[in-house]
Design a binder for this molecule. Structure first.
Ligand code: ZN
Ligand code: ZN
Length: 598
């Protein structure tokens, strides 16, 4: 079962500021909600826990590569071959698991188990839909790449290097069959995914042509083992080269006949994918309409703030074009930034102020026994610049949660200046709220109070991102930064990116938005740099729906809080609202709402 694998892979590969969140899980202590259940429900819960444990063990056995990425190494020497026959087996398995799951009644389960139930049900239905309807195995050649998992085994010290090399040797046996199946599956690909696959497969060669070769020569493997290893390695190189030539021929054919599949997935698939990936009460059409409204609101707020701030920064008259005025002011304020050598320290120094503000204002519970460790991103994780929360995987409980910050070592002077202007003094504070406190890191600490393997593997991305975005606005509304207009202006720009991501994704995939129109929207209405806008266009042509998760989750949470304020009146307490909201873990917001309304 390839449950939401596309989504997870896309997030890891394409997010500029990647959040790789995996809640850490030890045993499964009863939550307080469990304790209040009656005896009958407790029997149900025990059976349900057994069901989910078996389900996940089975999931790893069927998806050994995905298991590796979650730190589960039992099936590390297995490489699945993506044949039509194996896909049929996976489909039957998913249908069987769905029918087994539906023997439970979520109404008799505790809140923790009921949310797990709904997440599993969606994941299984989604897996069936991906295989039967979305069928990206037919048109996305970049979904075939074996290198990542081999690199991971090579770079992760979970057993001795010699043992890992023996595992790799076994795992390499299926590589020729793997690429043969890929060619068999691909019918009419998109040009964009074909080009990406050529580029990434050329990258994959590096693992087999050099990294593995070097490690083998330094190993303690016997002469016989080495010979076998090297034969398999050479067969792998040959298969990847043959896949690349095949894709290059395919590309020529697609261009010559103008026969490539469109990268736009279209209205119907988009509407369905939105429901499976995001799990919200909104439809795709509704969230698009809300994003358009929010763009207008943000523009009018930005214009208001800019009129007031203009004379503080400029002696010249304001431009007659309001959005141009906003842009010039943003550019000016962005010049207040830290220096490149101080980037990591600047972030580290801000964390205690955030902790103190959350405590002083009574915004939510924090856990001083689980400190966040700010560090420079380790070399092997440094693909993309930026900052991200790196939490322990579900099978590594007790390990630290790191706030990885990549130093700007790889930038030339102009590149570093541009990056520092983007992450200027104000923006850096918003980034820290989002990634750390009370954003991703704090959400994770709360989620871990009621550990769920299901949620740590299949947790809802829109809730996770929505929470982080929600906290930015909540902190500013509570007075963080003393209501400084400059900080608000920067937040409006930052938040406009989230809103624009939704507008772009929907418009590109369902309304035929062109590249020029998209760049115009991003540069002139969302105040983005051309390089960022071009990168976003590319990302939106290679993925779909994921870009809407931030705005959807944020909108749901913010509106729900306003609803609770209105219904509870004087009884509403912000801290209680936050603590309860987070107590359900990384569940889709629509289920959290149902439970909190009861
Ligand atoms: Zn500067
Ligand atoms: Zn985030």
């Amino acid at each position: 079962m390839k449950i939401q694998f596309n989504k997870i892979k896309t997030q890891i590969l394409l997010l500029p500021i990647a959040v790789i969140l995996c809640a850490c899980v030890s045993s499964s202590p009863a939550s307080s909600a469990d304790a209040q259940m009656n005896a009958k429900a407790l029997i149900g819960n025990t059976a349900f826990t057994k069901f989910t444990d078996d389900f996940i063990e089975n999931l790893w056995e069927k998806n050994p590569t995905w298991a590796l990425y979650n730190g589960f190494y039992k099936f590390d020497d297995k490489l699945n071959v993506p044949t039509a026959q194996n896909r049929a087996i996976e489909l039957a398995d998913a249908k069987q698991a769905l029918s087994d799951l539906q023997k439970f009644n979520p109404k008799t389960l505790s809140a923790k188990d009921a949310t797990d139930y709904f997440i599993l049900e969606n994941a299984l239905k989604s897996s069936i839909w991906y295989t039967q309807q979305f069928k990206s195995f037919e048109w996305n050649p970049s979904s075939y790449n074996v290198a990542g998992a081999f690199g991971l085994i090579l770079n992760t010290d979970y057993k001795s290097m010699d043992e890992r090399l023996r595992t790799i040797s076994k795992r390499m046996q299926n590589i020729p069959a793997y690429y043969a199946a890929a060619k068999e599956n691909i019918t009419t690909p998109t040009l964009q995914h074909t080009l990406l696959a050529i580029q990434q497969s050329q990258g994959a060669l590096g693992v087999f042509e050099s990294s593995l070769k070097t490690k083998l020569s330094e190993s303690g493997l016997s002469a016989g083992e080495q010979k076998e290893f090297d034969a398999r390695r050479r067969a792998a190189v040959e298969s990847i080269n043959s896949y690349i030539s095949w894709l290059q021929a395919k590309e020529q054919e697609l261009n010559a006949n103008n026969s490539a599949r469109s990268f736009r997935i279209g209205k119907e698939l988009y509407a369905q994918k939105y429901q499976f990936d995001i799990e919200t009460e909104y439809t795709a059409d509704e969230i698009y309409a809300l994003a358009l409204q929010e763009k207008e609101r943000l523009h009018s707020e930005m214009i208001k703030v800019s009129h007031n701030l203009w004379s503080k920064y400029f002696s010249a008259a304001k431009p007659s074009d309001d959005l141009l005025m906003v842009k010039q002011l943003i550019t000016e304020i962005s010049k207040e930034h830290t220096q490149r050598d101080n980037f990591v320290d600047a972030i580290r120094e801000q964390i205690p102020a955030l902790v103190a503000f959350v405590n002083d204002k009574n915004l939510l519970d924090q856990d001083p026994s689980k400190p966040l460790v700010v560090r420079e991103t380790p070399e092997y994780q440094r693909g993309i610049a930026g900052a991200s929360i790196n939490s322990p995987g579900p099978y590594d409980p007790g390990a630290n949660t790191y706030y990885n910050v990549t130093p700007l070592d790889n930038y030339d002077a102009a590149g570093a200046e541009s990056y520092l202007r983007e992450y200027n003094d104000r923006m850096l504070q918003i980034l820290n709220i989002h990634e750390a406190i009370p954003g991703h890191y704090t959400q994770l600490v709360h989620a871990n109070k009621s550990p769920s393997l299901v949620k740590s593997i299949l947790g809802n991305g829109a809730m996770i991102e929505g929470w982080a975005v929600y906290t930015e606005r909540m902190m500013l509304e509570e007075g963080y930064g003393n209501n400084e207009p400059e900080l608000w202006l920067m937040w409006y720009k930052w938040n406009m990116r989230v809103v624009m991501n939704t507008i772009l994704d929907y418009s590109i995939h369902t309304l035929g938005l062109t590249e020029d129109q998209a760049l115009d929207l991003m540069i002139n209405q969302a105040f983005q740099e051309e390089s960022e806008a071009k990168g976003k266009w590319r990302r939106a042509t290679l993925s779909s729906v994921q870009l809407t998760s931030y705005f959807t989750g944020y909108k749901e949470i913010y509106d729900f809080r306003e609803e609770m304020k209105a219904t509870q009146g004087a009884d509403f307490n912000l801290k209680d609202f936050h603590n309860e909201f987070l107590s359900y873990g990384s569940s889709p917001v629509k289920y959290i709402k149902t439970m909190m309304r009861n």
